[in-house]
Ligand binder design. Sequence first.
Ligand code: 9MJ
Length: 675
Amino acid sequence: MAARDAAKRIDELRRQIEHHNYRYYVLDDPEVSDARYDALMRELRDLEDAHPDLVVPDSPTQRVGGALSREFAEVVHAVPMLSLDNAFSEQDVVDFDRRARERLDVAAIAYSAEPKIDGLAISVRYEGGRLVQAATRGDGAKGEDVTANVRAIRSVPLHLVGATAPGVLEVRGEVFMTRRSFTELNRRQEEQGEKTFANPRNAAAGSLRQLDPRITASRSLDLFFYGIGAAEGWHMPRRHSEVLAALRELGLRTCPEIDVVDGVQGCLAYYERIGRRRDSLGYDIDGVVYKVDRLDWQRDLGFVARAPRWAVAHKFPAQEETTTVRDVEFQVGRTGALTPVARLEPVFVGGVTVSNVTLHNMDDLERKDVRIGDTVVVRRAGDVIPEVVRVVPELRPKHARVVELPKRCPVCGSHVTRTAGEAVARCTGGLVCPAQRREALRHFASRRAMDIEGLGDKLVEQLVDAGRVETPADLYALEEDELAGLERMGPKSAANLVEALERSKQTTLPRFLFALGIRDVGEATALALAEHFGGLELLLDATVEEIQQVRDVGPVVAAHVRDFFDEPHNRKVVTALRKAGVRWPEGTRTHAPAEGPLTGEVVVITGTLESMTRDEARDAARAAGATVTDSVSRKTTLLVTGTEPGSKLQKARELGVRIVEEPGFLRLLGRPGRS
Ligand code: 9MJ
């Protein structure tokens, strides 16, 4: 291409690219796809490569320059950059508004209400429409020259839009990083073994203060403008809100959440509104700013020290604070899981005082390397449960103590196990641990376990609260008289319960094993264990390897079984239960005869059946020789469907499992008829 044509095309491309930047960043309304935009940039770059003499510093291709060799130069702000007074309560805002009205001698003030972006204040100077300088706030009077880096921020125009640019315009705004860019940056940093940033603000600061603008360019910073400093040759509007509108027309991006509100009530309503949306904005804000909208009133109000009397920052409660870890204790949950909980020096964060915070499990605690005595960053965002974000290693005292998993349960003294590959540590005293008592008793009495009719959740709770029952064995010592005295129990139901307890003693080994509540031992596993060992004695003394011989039992479940019976407390309860008269026919295969019409089938039952309950259907299938499981897998050979079968049917179809409906199932059982 001839030089003349090239110059023309280059000019055109630059104008188009700047226009698309404006549409994208300021209006948030792009006209072209990213691909089209990239194609324009590529064409411009190619042309400039072919005609190096046509390259100018403020071409869109020249945003990112080479590295600075020295420190940042000092910049004296033509008009000092302000700081804001803070309001920490509604009362502070009410007082601010009252003082302003009294000084102005007016009844009501309209305010520009703006999110307070949690970033770094910056001043950008345009001369004749061209970006010539950008500086940090510094001490307000002078800052650092970060022009090369601010040029690398894509939402900052290198040229102002429109034919009549002001002679001089210094605009003020906040540089920040979106949460998404922050997460992405930290991911990259981690991948490359570089240090990660604690929060988006630090990441933005670290990225802006790079001597090499190529690094800044790679870190996706953003910028919202919110005011002006020096202005020459500019028609000054009458209101702050009009200044913001004028900035947008010049191609300068402002925060879309900014609004004009009436009086202090309007301010507080805005605060509530933005506060509710705080977590969904995509960037961090630490409060809202109210500015008297009329500029003549701003002038009348003036300044105290360096803060204006016409603006105030209404802060949100901080979402992150530091405090120290006094101790770490372990709580035991209903299922025996041990949870480390940090006891903190109480700290006010996210609007509440936090003195305890869960560390979830040992993996989490070890990954964060939390030690007793450490200083930690605690975060509470919105209604989310407070958490320890990280330790501040620089503040770790010499005597900081590593947290160790207790060998014994802090509640019942039983052994604690932590299976390799599992994050959670557990108390093995399933039958005796008070923390697990209710759950254990409920399970023990349930229909598929010992089937103690009349012993519901409420009653279990009453008996435990009254201290009458600690382990399942204690159930069998309950007497009619004392039961009759309990709330909502009459003599009749007491007699019924004692009878049900008596009846439950005659059980089967699979039911008994299931009733013990051994971790991961469901009905199918209990049955398999019972069939394999034939009786309890052999199982009690079996090694992990021997237990693993049982059908469908892997190393993890085998370890749970072994741990359970290794715990003396549990064995004592088993002995006590047998002493109380709990018995089963030894050596027989109670539920699964070796042969039947469904021998070899692995059956799943789903949906509602008409002629029997699902439990009855499972028993019938087992009695017919089938193995019954809960979920459809590759091993499943037969799916029995009732009405509303749900997702299991879909899965079975995908796996090509044979599917029968109720009549077909009854035929297979050898009892067709009804239906
Ligand atoms: C922030 N940080 O978003 C001001 N700010 O006005 C807004 N900061 C400010 N305004 C005068 N929206 C001094 C600082």
